[in-house]
Design a protein around this ligand. Structure first.
Ligand SMILES: NC(=O)c1ccc[n+]([C@@H]2O[C@H](COP(=O)([O-])OP(=O)(O)OC[C@H]3O[C@@H](n4cnc5c(N)ncnc54)[C@H](O)[C@@H]3O)[C@@H](O)[C@H]2O)c1
Length: 277
């Protein structure tokens, strides 16, 4: 069930003004009195993002199709004294997403994180594969961006929208056609919306992570996991794979006033490597 709407409204300042009047540099990361909406919040990067935004002070609306996972995320945030609400929904359902965003009240932050992996060679890719990955990874992000921008414009909030791309869009890899095409499309959506929403004070940026240890990259077998991670580590100057929290911090930066002059950008937290294929 969707929780009751949170109707906390924006501080009546622009992000630049808020930054200028705050004494501590860390105050730019403070999301107190702000409302954030995170899709894909039941797992991995989405969960870490929801938890971190709540730790930064935001009331966080968590959306995902995985209802038990969603409840765990909300419980995690509540246990730390944060405020969170669950919205079980499928991001490909435009009406459900619109209803949930409306219920959340004026948004300051949208983090559109939900996504799926799909691998098939070009020759084996079927219409239904492409349609499914496009629906979740591109249309789901498009709907989230549209609803967030509408909410921010209607309330006069100079908010921040953060989308989730992938290092896979920077290069080609066997089997990754559908996935990488949708992530490239997310980047074009991000840049285009940034050009259109800037006049409302709304910033739109993407995060394009490298290989991050989450259920999406879980090989379900220790030897296979070690082999997959070793390949990534070999190509990283930092000598490790990423954790969900690494990406959550990138999202917090883009969601907060710390990035008040940043829009239409792609942030690549990838340990110094794009994708080593
Ligand atoms: N893990 C990585 O290495 C990596 C790298 C680059 C980009 N990404 C991107 O980061 C995002 C999060 O990935 P993750 O690694 O945390 O994966 P994950 O599988 O742990 O989390 C994805 C979440 O999205 C939800 N989801 C999927 N389809 C949905 C739908 N139709 N409606 C609602 N919710 C849906 C899932 O239930 C899950 O909770 C994805 O967009 C992914 O493409 C991940």
């Amino acid at each position: 069930m969707t929780d009751k709407a949170n109707t906390t409204t924006a501080p009546a300042t622009t992000t630049a003004t808020a930054t200028a009047t705050n004494k501590s540099p860390l105050a730019a990361y403070d999301l107190t009195h702000r409302t954030a909406f995170v899709t894909g919040a039941a797992s991995g990067i989405g969960r870490a993002t929801a938890v971190l935004l709540a730790q930064a002070g935001a009331t966080v609306h968590c959306a995902d199709r995985d209802e038990p996972g969603l409840k765990q995320t909300v419980a995690l945030i509540a246990r730390e004294g944060g405020a969170a609400h669950a919205h079980p929904l499928d991001v490909t359902d435009r009406a459900a997403l619109a209803t949930a965003v409306r219920a959340a009240g004026p948004l300051h932050v949208m983090a559109a994180v939900a996504g799926i992996m799909h691998t098939s060679s070009v020759l084996e890719t079927r219409d239904e594969d492409l349609d499914r990955v496009l629906a979740v990874n591109f249309k789901g992000v498009l709907y989230a961006c549209q609803e967030a921008a509408r909410s921010m414009i209607a309330a006069g909030v100079p908010g921040s929208i953060v989308t989730m791309a992938s290092g896979a869009m920077d290069t080609a890899g066997p089997g990754l056609l559908c996935y990488s095409v949708t992530k490239a499309a997310v980047v074009q959506l991000t840049k285009t919306l940034a050009t259109e929403a800037g006049r409302h004070g709304i910033r739109v940026n993407a995060v394009a992570p490298g290989w991050i240890r989450t259920p999406m990259t879980d090989r379900h077998e220790p030897a296979a996991q070690e082999q997959a991670e070793a390949a990534m580590i070999r190509h990283s100057p930092l000598g490790r794979v990423g954790e969900a929290e690494d990406i959550a911090h990138a999202v917090l930066h883009l969601a907060s006033d710390a990035s008040a002059f940043t829009t239409g950008q792609i942030l690549r937290p990838n340990g110094g490597v794009a994708m080593p294929w």
